[in-house]
Design a protein around this ligand. Structure first.
Ligand SMILES: C[S@@+](CC[C@H](N)C(=O)[O-])C[C@H]1O[C@@H](n2cnc3c(N)ncnc32)[C@H](O)[C@@H]1O
Length: 455
């Protein structure tokens, strides 16, 4: 036992995937420095020859909290304790539970017992290195273990990352008692990804029983997968060639593949033309040149919420128009426009459900009644209730002489509800049209005044 270290120390050591050459120098040193090594028996076996002369405490897989308590108890005796974990100890590893136990016990970072975390190569980067370059763009990891995480939470995350086109690394995909999760994960991801999306199933990376299977997403769950496997699932930019799995970083969006020059409209070292500050301009250009029928089609084209398209139109100027569309964002009380719409005559109200059902109704604004957080439309034929508390913005929209509408959107830019003036024989009711124009003019002047006072 080291004598100079009277206070004891806890070393949280990630030993990497398995092979010695992928272990960090500090991890090797830390194990040399330790008096006591604590770990799950499989990890102890991986580094057995480095632990000669050390006190070794093996624990089973389910004894994680015991491992942390043991580490603290040993450190309190003045020993240097290395708690080891495969890969990186902070990635689905023992670092979190150790801090939870320590803090519960009243330990604080300035305590005499010091804690050092030694990072390691995590399974996803180890596995990726064996199959090519699947993680060279945005990715995320999800553990399929529902031992500590409820399945609805895991399913929600799978849906979110599936829809967001992340490359995915699945940890803990399957065990002898948990085999349905990988099938469910496959089913969820197939809602968003093509059946032939590349998948790499990597077992025991950098260990004696290493095994790699390159498969398609729709076949994935039928292959051999176990607790020592990490599953890498590509996104829409991932391809396989000559046994390699590669995710494009997007150079082709910007540079000519042969000359290396920036493509037309793109600038070297600058954000893409579809980057944060420029993409609304691209939307307006599309609307000037493109053939589309509705604003919703524009939103689908750009895979963006309708509210973003409305913002792009709102920012149009005389020399950068959004085709024949104009938009005006209304500041302040969102309900005031419902009051104003009482002068807009017969209205077409559209409400969409999350699952895609569309309700279109002919109504009058006088039928729209606000009650607490709800906007209710009630008559002899139907009752419709719209949760008004989700409405954060109203945008008026005009299209030449054919369209006058108000869109009510939520914080995500999704349309909660919209009302449009009704045309009969391609003609608006004169009084309704004039009332809308009066509202437009007054809000436009208010917006201009606000702009001037801001300058
Ligand atoms: C509790 S997690 C531990 C993760 C570890 N801390 C890391 O950073 O890699 C266990 C899971 O990691 C993955 N894993 C760990 N080592 C692996 C290896 N050598 N090859 C493939 N997958 C591995 C498997 O998905 C396994 O079910």
């Amino acid at each position: 036992m080291s004598t100079e270290n009277k206070h004891g120390k806890i070393l949280l050591v990630g030993v990497g995937p398995g092979a010695r050459e992928h272990m960090s120098l500090r991890a090797l040193e830390a194990m040399q420095e330790a008096d006591v090594i604590i770990g799950y028996s499989t990890y102890i076996k991986l580094v057995k020859d480095l632990l000669v002369g050390k006190e070794i405490i093996r624990k089973g897989m389910t004894e994680e909290i015991d491992r942390c308590i043991e580490a603290y108890d040993q450190a309190k005796m003045g020993k240097t304790v290395a708690l080891i974990s495969s890969g990186d100890i902070g990635v689905y590893g023992m670092a979190g539970p150790t801090f939870e136990v320590l803090l519960q016990e009243g330990w604080m970072p300035d305590h005499d017992i010091k804690v050092e975390i030694i990072p390691g190569t995590t399974a996803l980067s180890a596995c990726a290195s064996l199959v090519g370059a699947p993680l060279t763009h945005d990715f995320c990891s999800i553990s399929l273990s529902d031992l500590l995480t409820p399945w609805p939470t895991i399913a929600k995350r799978l849906n979110a990352v599936g829809a967001s086109d992340f490359v995915i690394a699945l940890y803990n995909p399957k065990s002898s008692r948990r085999y349905g999760q990988i099938e469910q994960a496959q089913e969820i991801l197939l809602r968003y990804r093509k059946p032939d999306t590349p998948v790499a199933i990597v077992k025991s990376a950098y260990r004696r029983r290493q095994d790699i299977q390159m498969v398609r997403l729709d076949e994935m769950s039928g292959y051999e997968i176990g607790m020592l496997t990490t599953v890498l699932i590509g996104n829409s930019s991932t391809f396989t060639q000559d046994g390699l799995m590669i995710t494009r970083r997007g150079y082709a969006n910007k540079y000519d593949g042969i000359t290396g020059d920036a493509l037309e409209g793109e600038k070297k070292g600058r954000s893409l033309s579809m980057g944060l500050t420029e993409w609304h301009g691209v939307v307006r250009e599309y609307m000037r040149n493109g053939k589309f029928h509705t604003l919703r089609k524009v939103a689908e084209h750009f895979n963006a919420p309708l509210g973003q398209i409305l913002q792009a139109i709102t920012a149009a100027s005389d020399d950068d128009k959004a085709g024949d569309f104009e938009a005006l964002a209304i500041e302040g009380d969102t309900f005031s426009i419902i009051e104003a719409a009482k002068q807009w005559g017969l209205l077409r109200a559209v409400v969409r459900s999350e699952a895609g059902a569309i309700s279109e109704l002919k109504t009058h604004a006088k039928d729209l009644v606000q009650k607490n957080d709800w906007l209710n439309i009630e008559n002899d034929h139907f009752h419709l209730h719209i949760n008004w508390s989700s409405v954060t913005k109203v945008t008026l929209v005009r299209r030449d002489d054919s369209y006058r509408s108000a869109f009510f959107t939520d914080i995500h830019g999704h349309s909660v509800f919209n009302i449009s003036l009704v045309r009969t024989d391609k003609q608006f009711d004169d009084a309704a049209f004039k009332a809308f124009e009066v509202n437009w003019q007054s809000h436009q002047s208010a917006a201009k005044q606000l702009e001037t006072s801001d300058q």
